[in-house]
Design a protein around this ligand. Structure first.
Ligand SMILES: Nc1ncnc2c1ncn2[C@@H]1O[C@H](COP(=O)(O)OP(=O)(O)OP(=O)(O)O)[C@@H](O)[C@H]1O
Ligand SMILES: [Mg+2]
Length: 410
């Protein structure tokens, strides 16, 4: 492990000394500065650019959350661990929402400090890695559909959204759907695909070298009715573990060079490979339903996502939004402290028929309220800029090269 550089900002001299002793006793840590007040702390961070800042809640006075938020925006790849005298849940929550990565209660034990520093540092490495990867990557948009609730409607939404995006793009092309529900993926069933290849095959290929875009392309299956390209999940759960974080990184990298939009379906767990998709994504669609257990799980997942990603990356989607079950839409927004971006109504008739026929409802029942809601979401994601270009060029079908130019002015 490389040396982790740390700055302490704590008004209490005794506490600062204790922390400094703990840090100096660890070979993998290096103390590069200490501050006794907020201003000094900010200056040190600016000059020294530590990997991790240990900051006492009292140092910044009453507006400590605002300072943490500012630091988080200015230095997105710096870890912030907040120190406090007592574990007050409300305060902890406020700090975490402001962007703190972790919380330690004084007196701080050596093992707790080490565990926290290591965990926060490894999260930061992921972010740095992503920033590096994004530097040269073409500007495609990755949209990941996630819900911690099984059966929330992720796969149905992912499939229909991918088709809706495709329909709304001028070339009716440039979209790929990736099933990262590696153990129990069923996008092939939702779209009635007879897939010969899956991501498991790419995982095997990957063991013998890098995955180039042509190889990845040859593992995609085309949905006959729409022409949508799909990378399906392994056919049986035992193949799931052969698909590593590195395979998924390479697959997404390769697809980014060929497709303007990548829609990713996920399992209900926060697996390593799901995090890779989140890291690569511009948008995470967090799907929930009007069900107390689903909302509870969504809140837990949301807390984790908010620690790792900027708020604007996460969009809340409510499925079966019109169910009369005693919980209202504003209850959900209140509990999750987040507005709902899209409301998808419940429509068993349209959804089941669409799944049984393997034709996404945005095509088979485009006038239904459920299809309209997915098309609205798709337009929202496409954004004004692209939508305008799309309308302007609706009539002309262009090659992929000019499609990229059209979208991004290359
Ligand atoms: N808006 C809706 N109205 C009616 N039925 C729906 C709706 N959304 C999803 N369903 C139904 O709910 C079931 C679960 O949907 P889906 O498979 O998309 O969920 P999932 O979140 O992908 O599940 P898993 O966690 O198993 O991957 C399906 O039978 C689907 O037809
Ligand atoms: Mg699913």
């Amino acid at each position: 492990m490389p040396t982790i550089h740390i700055v302490i900002a704590d008004a209490d001299v005794e506490s600062r000394r204790n922390l400094a002793d703990l840090i100096r006793a660890e070979q993998s840590l290096q103390l590069i500065g200490q501050a006794g007040d907020g201003r000094e702390g900010l200056e040190l961070v600016h000059e020294q650019r530590p990997d991790i800042l240990l900051v006492d809640t009292h140092i910044a006075g009453s507006d400590s959350a605002a300072i943490i938020e500012r630091l988080r925006t200015q230095y997105p790849d710096m870890g912030i661990i907040v120190l406090t005298h007592e574990a007050r849940p409300e305060e902890m929550r406020r700090m975490m929402r402001a962007g703190a990565h972790d919380f330690l209660v004084k007196p701080i034990a050596r093992e707790d400090l080490m565990e926290s520093v290591r965990e926060v540092y490894s999260t930061l490495q992921k972010i740095r890695h992503l920033q590096e990867a994004q530097k040269d990557a073409p500007r495609s948009m990755i949209i990941t559909v996630f819900s911690p609730q099984g059966g929330a409607g992720k796969s149905v939404l992912a499939a229909n959204l991918a088709v809706a995006l495709r329909q709304q793009l001028p070339t009716h092309d440039g979209v790929v759907l990736v099933d990262l529900n590696l153990q129990f993926g069923d996008i092939d069933l939702v779209l009635n695909l007879a897939a010969e290849n899956s991501i498991a095959g790419l995982a095997q290929k990957h063991q013998s070298g890098e995955l180039d875009p042509e190889t990845v392309e040859s593992y995609l299956t085309t949905h006959t009715d729409t022409g949508l390209k799909v990378l399906v999940a392994p056919s049986t759960p035992e193949y799931a573990e052969t698909v590593t974080v590195y395979t998924v990184e390479q697959v997404l990298n390769a697809l980014q060079s060929q497709y303007a939009y990548i829609v990713v379906d996920t399992p209900s767990q926060l697996t390593d490979t799901t995090f890779v998709a989140f890291d690569f994504s511009q948008t995470i669609l967090l799907l929930t339903t009007l069900d107390l257990l689903a909302i509870h799980k969504t809140r837990t997942a949301l807390d984790r996502l908010r620690q790792l990603y900027p708020a604007e990356k996460i969009k809340l989607v409510l499925n079966r939004a019109n169910s009369q079950v005693g919980i209202t839409v504003s209850d959900v927004e209140g509990i999750l402290d987040m507005p709902i971006t899209a409301h998808i109504p419940s429509d068993g008739h349209v959804v089941v028929k669409s799944v049984n026929e393997g034709i996404p409802f945005v095509l088979s029942a485009p006038d239904s309220a459920i299809a309209q809601s997915v098309m609205d979401l798709s337009r929202n994601l496409l954004g004004k800029e692209v939508a305008t270009v799309a309308t302007a060029d609706k009539a002309s079908h262009k090659s992929r090269a000019s499609f990229w130019r059209l979208l991004f002015g290359e």
